[in-house]
Design a protein around this ligand. Structure first.
Ligand SMILES: [Mn+2]
Length: 290
């Protein structure tokens, strides 16, 4: 398979992996963290999240379903080359397009938040012009560029607007510049500090549309998730984040990512274990055949 040449299989955390042909959800790591502006290290997240997976049960009490009964394939981690952020994003986009074009749902593990451009662009090019982006994040990520990098983690939502995403919901936001706020007011739906109230309100509006979910782990308070690139105090608890899946499980989710987990700054693997639990919930939801 073409994809194999561009990815590196590390450890697989799936007890009963589906074959590529049978799979409904395909998980892939994108260990790209070269735009991390404060502290780098999220490139180690895909491997660490796979490693800590063994602490979890396959069964989700919340979803009342078993990961082993989902159709999930682990593609391994994309090879990151030294030729630049854009070049790596471009290769990621092609890989993800090949997943999407075979009617499979990409589940991506970052890397920093810059990686989200690749799947969203791939989905837009693959017939999902009306894609809705649902972002859970402490930051708006709406800077035109950051530290002279257009494809920075701090600019990813700006790039998505530029790429043509028309409907973006930004939840849990608690940090922004004045310019970012102006842009959010004009171009996105943003909800400072809140998650559940806006989520309940918008579910009916977006249930008929394809939805991409991008989850920056820094939406969670650093007390619960210290291992992240740009920690921002005052966030939600890990229990609250876990409950989000009960609200989104019936949406038409066509792609999902979890970004900004940074094992280098984690303690007792708490952030990675939370991340693994989030990935498990996503894979259970997205890997079940409809
Ligand atoms: Mn972010």
């Amino acid at each position: 398979m073409q994809e194999k040449k561009l990815t590196r299989q590390k450890i697989s955390f799936l007890e009963n992996p589906a074959t590529w042909d049978d799979s409904r959800a395909v998980v892939m790591g994108i260990p790209l963290d070269s735009t991390s502006s404060y502290r780098a290290g999220s490139r180690f997240a895909p491997e660490e999240i796979r490693t800590v997976f063994e602490v979890l049960e396959d069964y989700s009490l919340q979803l009342k379903a078993n990961l082993a009964e989902s159709y999930v394939y682990d593609l391994g981690d994309m090879l990151i080359k030294g030729d630049g952020v854009w070049q790596n994003l471009n290769r990621a986009e092609k890989l993800i397009a090949s997943i999407v074009n075979q009617n499979k749902i990409p589940v991506l593990i970052g890397g920093d938040h810059s990686i989200t451009y690749a799947p969203v662009s791939a989905l837009l090019s693959s017939g999902y012009e009306d894609l809705v982006v649902l972002q859970f994040d402490a930051h708006l990520d709406l800077r035109p560029s950051y530290l002279e990098e257009k494809y920075s983690h701090a600019s990813v939502i700006y790039r998505l607007l530029e790429r043509g995403v028309k409907e973006i919901y930004q939840m849990g936001i608690r940090s922004a510049t004045a310019q970012e706020l102006d842009l959010a007011r004009a171009k996105t739906n943003y909800y400072p500090h809140r998650v559940f109230a806006p989520l309940k309100k918008i579910l009916a509006d977006i249930e008929q549309k394809p939805v991409y979910i991008t989850l920056d782990i820094d939406v969670v308070d650093p007390g619960f998730a210290p291992g992240t690139g740009t920690p921002e105090p005052g966030g939600m608890s890990s229990a609250s984040l876990y409950r989000v899946f009960n609200y989104i499980k019936n949406l038409n989710i066509v792609g999902f990512d979890l970004v900004e987990v940074n094992p280098a700054y984690d303690h007792s693997q708490v952030t990675s274990i939370l991340a693994a639990k989030i990935i498990r919930e996503a894979l259970i939801i997205l890997g079940s055949k409809c």
